[in-house]
Design a protein around this ligand. Structure first.
Ligand code: ADP
Ligand code: UVW
Ligand code: MG
Length: 421
């Protein structure tokens, strides 16, 4: 009898859940349904539900807010869908896979028992804004789906291969070690999926693949992948570093915040029982980014307003392009120009036709060039080629899928991960 894996991806603006069936005798799980509640930072939230090849529903959810609220809605929705016969009650869930953004030194999927849960809670100090949401969902699964084994999949694990010089900050090494202060990097489940999917599409072993990959969503990052391994990435100790995001500043001079407000070190009024954040963290993570410049977190809207001449939207768009090109150029040099492809992924990377045009338009000197027709209407495949024929390097779009990455690893390791009875 096939069993059900629920793969839960709590992003900063969305909760995406995919339902898979798996049979322990075969390793690749079968996707049964995908449900997502998006727009959590730009209410009303929206629901999208697909079962098999069928698009079942899209609607607004004015009463749903926060990641826990989104998860509760999703679980109710899935268990009451008569068409999803494999998941009738929460007891049908064998494994619940959780994307946990910050895993500190964890570099493998880990069963969440009482000890790991507390360890992850402690790690929340390193990423209070990211881990707290995932942990509320872990608690909800524990209460509502008591038979499921909860497994954490860490977004920083893919970057365990970062060379010492890339991961070390130029600060007192003793303090750095004591407080675990180093570059961790994130969006690793996405980069792992991208590496595998592009390797398959290009018929090249993953271990020989050199990519500059861009995961551009509400949180955005770049990754330099050499021989299938991360050797550089733009996010740092936390997901704040590097590229700007929907509500995140990205890189700024670290002392900027003390000029912005002398209250920076105080606890933010937004702190709660599970989340202790300073004013500085609140401002740079939640009150900055393109939302601060344009008033919206919707990059699609920013792009069309920029085209209509809105100055702040144009500025936000241009800043994003500028910062992304800086990372692409740096990673190009890191790999000595030996690059198999530039890969766009994430909500904006996959849908942002004009953004890809603006970025690749500036990278002509490095040998990247777009096919404008393919860029405007990319093939509906996991990996679509959008580069011009005859150009030196490929340009690809990858429909990245963090849930599939988790489910695949979970099915492979099911016997090791399963909770003892
Ligand atoms: N047509 C579009 N053009 C550019 N950006 C888009 C478009 N449609 C959606 N987006 C953006 O995709 C982003 C969400 O990306 P996603 O990777 O799903 O987010 P999350 O970080 O929550 O996982 C939002 O900023 C949204 O505005
Ligand atoms: C790590 C991170 O920023 O995740 P997301 O883009 O889902 O917010
Ligand atoms: Mg995401």
């Amino acid at each position: 009898m096939p069993k059900v894996i629920l793969a839960i991806n709590a992003g900063s603006s969305s909760v995406k859940v995919s339902v898979f069936s798996y049979d322990s005798s075969t390793s690749d799980p079968k996707e049964l349904a995908v449900i997502q509640v998006a727009g959590l930072t730009a209410p009303p939230a929206t629901l999208k539900y697909d079962r098999g090849d069928q698009h079942v529903k899209s609607q607004e959810l004015p009463d749903v807010s926060g990641q826990e609220g989104a998860y509760e809605y999703i679980l109710k929705h899935l268990t009451s869908d008569a068409g999803l016969t494999e998941l009738r009650t929460p007891d049908d869930i064998d494994f619940a896979c959780h994307r946990v953004v910050h895993g500190g030194d964890y570099d493998k999927p880990t069963r969440i028992d009482r000890d790991t849960y507390h360890h992850l809670e402690e790690l929340s100090d390193l990423a209070p804004l990211h881990n707290a949401g995932a942990l509320t969902i872990v608690r909800a699964v524990h209460e509502k789906c008591p038979k499921a084994t909860n497994v954490a999949f860490f977004d920083n694990a893919f970057h365990a291969t970062l060379p010492l010089a890339a991961r070390t900050y130029m600060i007192d090494p003793t303090r750095a070690k004591q407080n675990k202060l180093r570059k961790y990097g994130f969006h690793g489940l996405s980069y792992a999926f991208i590496t595998r999917a592009v390797a398959t599409a290009l018929s090249k072993p993953a271990g020989q693949l050199n990519l500059i990959a861009l995961h551009l969503g509400s949180g955005a990052s770049a990754c330099c992948i050499q021989d299938g391994k991360s050797i550089g990435t733009s996010m740092g100790l936390t997901p704040l570093a590097g590229l700007p995001g929907a509500t995140r500043s990205g890189d700024v001079d670290p002392s900027l915040i003390f000029h912005f407000t002398h209250e920076a070190g105080k606890l933010s009024p937004k702190s709660s029982g599970s989340m202790h954040i300073t004013q500085a963290e609140q401002i740079l993570n939640k009150e900055s980014g393109w939302q601060a410049l344009t008033g919206t977190t919707d990059f699609g809207m920013i792009t069309s307003k920029a085209e209509q001449g809105d100055e702040m939207c144009k500025l936000a768009f241009d800043i994003f392009v500028d910062r992304i090109c800086d990372f692409v150029a740096a990673y190009y040099v890191k790999m000595g120009g030996k690059v198999d492809a530039l890969v766009f992924a994430g909500g904006i990377g996959e849908k942002g036709v004009q953004l890809r045009q603006a970025i690749v338009g500036r990278l002509g000197c490095l040998g990247f060039e777009l096919d404008d027709g393919a860029n405007a209407a990319p093939a509906d495949e996991v990996v679509a080629e959008v580069g011009a024929k005859g150009s030196r390097h490929r340009v690809l779009i990858c429909q990245t899928d963090e849930q599939t990455e988790m489910a695949r690893e979970c099915a492979q390791e099911a016997e090791k991960l399963r909770r003892p009875n």
